[in-house]
Design a protein around this ligand. Structure first.
Ligand code: ATP
Length: 257
């Protein structure tokens, strides 16, 4: 450790540089990403925030290999995603990435246990049953494994979705507003679990959120505005995030005036 700088920052697992993604052309063109540059540290929990339309979901989809860019580069675990075909990106996603969506996205005809195992089956991986058992127990869903999603509460469905995302120990878990459909108690329990997954198990997590309280569970917060990463800091608290967002609003009001 260098005493003047503290512990070295962990190596980045994702390096996204000068990403450009434009929808439409001419006067109707929308610059969803406008030379956005962002690194995600391995083993950390990172929140991505910013006003509606600032490019958060687009950025996440590109970093996860779900979407292509017009220009720029994205390396995920040393692999340059922008050089892969769509098919190669799909294979890489199955091997390296887990997802948690706001709307859970569980398969209705499968039980909770079958949903949890689905990404492993798709990736042709064998389940590490001790790990899956630990996940299921920690998330408190062991009594619900034989139930189908429509027999589970929203909070239980989301916990199944989290177990599904972590079951294969992916290099990165991407979570898009994972607490958006939950009440605040269930939301906090889920955030505490994500925080624990990164602190205790070294799981890298990238979470898009509008909620300063949710961002307060992360190790770092990054802010997007108008398709660019404009700020970021470590150890965010809900209050520090709120203060930063208020400065965005003040600038937006000045621009509009
Ligand atoms: N498929 C698409 N076609 C056209 N425009 C799109 C498409 N997807 C996103 N956009 C536009 O790109 C911009 C960035 O969108 P994006 O969804 O990444 O923002 P966001 O920050 O995630 O927003 P929100 O917080 O509202 O979900 C927006 O102006 C959006 O309207």
């Amino acid at each position: 450790m260098n005493p003047s700088t503290g512990p070295a920052a962990p190596a980045p697992i994702i390096v996204a540089e000068r990403l450009v993604k434009t929808y439409g052309t001419g006067a109707a063109a929308v610059h969803a990403l406008d030379h956005a540059t962002l690194s995600i540290a391995a083993g950390r929990f990172t929140a991505v925030m910013g006003p509606s339309g600032s490019g958060k979901s687009t950025m996440m989809h590109v970093m996860a290999g779900l979407d292509s860019v017009d220009s720029g580069t994205v390396r995920l675990g040393g692999v340059e995603l922008t050089e892969l075909s769509e098919r190669e990106r799909t294979v890489l996603r199955r091997r390296k990435v887990g997802f948690v969506f706001q709307s859970f996205n569980l398969v209705p005809s499968l039980t909770a246990a079958e949903n949890i195992e689905l990404p492993l089956r798709l990736a042709g991986k064998r389940a590490d049953s001790a790990w899956v058992d630990e996940l299921v127990t920690t998330l408190g869903i062991q009594e619900r494994l034989s139930h189908r999603p429509n027999e589970l509460s929203g909070g239980q469905q989301q916990r199944v979705a989290v177990a599904r995302a972590l079951a294969s120990r992916p290099e990165v878990v991407f979570a898009d507003e994972p607490t958006g459909a939950l009440d605040s108690r269930a939301g906090r329990a889920l955030l505490a679990f994500l925080q624990r997954a990164s602190r205790e198990f070294g799981q890298t997590i990238v979470m898009v959120t509008h909620d300063p309280v949710a961002a307060g569970f992360a190790d770092r917060v990054e802010f997007l505005a108008d398709g660019q990463v404009v700020d970021g800091f470590d150890h965010p608290t809900a209050q520090a995030v709120l203060d930063r967002m208020a400065r965005f609003d003040a600038v937006a009001e000045e621009v509009a005036a």
